[in-house]
Design a protein around this ligand. Structure first.
Ligand code: ZN
Length: 416
């Protein structure tokens, strides 16, 4: 922990992300915030006598911002992939058994994310069940409490929505400074149109944020358009499909799309017209390419979304659909899939996520005034053509040696 006057964290290379990389760069950290960023020599001159912690031949980058994850899953017994609806049916069968280990899985997933350089985590879990583990981990983040109206005792959509709003109010009591609770309308096939619309309106009134899963699988596209297929009646009776629209158009009709909404996946069945709807409504996207691949969900049109001005961040999803909680590894998969350069990748993993969550004034880059959320990566790119890619590859491959949230190191094997 830095002293009262702060300390300078320095390394051979530093990526502010919103400014060009710095050789022999440093960040001056005080009270958890970044006070200044610049060349080490200048920081030393302007702040004489401050302690300097130099990480050597390494890179300092902003911490990863994971905009869509589920903490409560574990790697060892994930259901078979290939088909989204079959995978989801296995998941539902195992919900009773899962209760016994969800908390442990959430602790382990959060720890894995921290050790891979993540500093901000947007987590979705039923009724916010993984909030205690997120709050205890030291990460900054949001929990999106998912609600399932069919479970809320035969009531009306109004009652279901008041139930989840009440639950989120409860969760908001006594949280750490940088952890918040919000609402998730789980998906078009689990939450009926009226509950979706009312929940979105309540969230807007309250100034909260909203998470949804949207246009994830071929089965979801079929359910919304035709009312048939593998997601028909999967959790409980759902008779509201068959509206002849794409999931994106349907979500717009039930008022789910707006600047406070983060829509996960947008993988299957997103047309050019749909992307125009996303851009017009100001909704943000969470891109989870490894989960999409595992579950047979196609490829999200991320280049078109970015070109259309849609805010895009990266998400790992949970360990039952994704091989790791390492957001830099997820991002490297996206870089390969879409042919992005390293700079675009590093930006998606950090500043892109912060923008998607409406937090670009607080996190996502190394800039004066923001939280000192950062990762130290065992990479020291020289004059190569794509230094950011070198750092991304190292971070993806287990090369994060230290992670700090608000200037506090939660992980440190740097030896510095
Ligand atoms: Zn998800």
């Amino acid at each position: 922990m830095e002293g009262a006057r702060g300390e300078i964290l320095a390394s051979r290379v530093l990526f502010p992300v919103t400014a060009p990389l710095l050789r022999e760069g440093g960040v001056l950290v005080r009270d958890g915030r970044i006070l200044a960023v610049g060349r080490l020599e200048e920081l030393r001159r302007e702040h004489p006598g401050l302690p300097v912690r130099h990480f050597g031949e390494r890179a300092i980058v902003p911490g990863a911002v994971n905009v869509h994850a589920h903490l409560g899953f574990r790697r060892k017994d994930r259901p078979e992939g290939g088909s989204f609806s079959r995978w989801l049916a296995r998941l539902i069968e195992r919900l009773p058994e899962k209760e016994a280990w969800t908390a442990e899985a959430a602790r382990d997933s959060a720890r894995e994310a921290i050790e891979a350089g993540t500093t901000f985590m947007a987590e979705s879990s039923p009724y916010g069940e993984c909030l205690p583990q997120l709050a205890a981990s030291g990460l900054a983040g949001f929990v999106f409490a998912e609600f399932f109206p069919h479970e809320i005792g035969g009531g009306t959509p109004e009652e279901a929505v008041e139930h989840i709003v009440g639950r989120v109010r409860e969760l908001r009591g006594g949280l750490p400074e940088r952890v918040e609770a919000h609402v998730s309308v789980h998906a078009p096939y689990t939450v009926d149109p009226e509950s979706s619309r009312l929940a979105a309106r309540r969230v807007r009134e309250l100034g909260w944020r909203l998470a949804i899963h949207l246009s994830e699988s071929p089965e979801e596209v079929e359910f919304v358009r035709d009312g048939t297929g593998g997601l028909k009646d999967i959790f409980a009776r759902n008779d509201w499909g068959g509206v002849g629209l794409s999931p994106v158009r349907y979500a717009e009709r039930v008022e789910l799309l707006g600047p406070e909404t983060i829509a996960a996946h947008l993988a299957t069945g997103v047309s050019e017209e749909d992307v125009a709807v996303l851009a017009r409504t100001g909704v943000a996207a969470a891109h989870c390419p490894r989960s999409n691949e595992y579950l047979g969900c196609g490829v999200s049109p991320v280049p078109l979304m970015l070109a259309s001005g849609v805010r895009v961040g990266m998400g790992t999803d949970g360990l039952w659909s994704s091989p790791s909680m390492n957001l830099f590894e997820e991002t490297l998969a996206a870089v390969r899939l879409h042919g992005f350069d390293g700079e675009t990748g590093l930006r998606l993993a950090t500043h892109g996520g912060a923008r998607a969550l409406g937090l670009e004034g607080e996190v996502g880059s190394l800039e004066a005034g923001k939280w000192a959320d950062l990762a130290v990566v065992d990479a020291s790119p020289g004059a190569g053509p794509d230094p950011a890619r070198e750092v991304l590859e190292a971070a993806a491959g287990g090369g994060v040696v230290a992670t700090a949230v608000g200037g506090r190191f939660l992980h440190d094997r740097s030896g510095a």
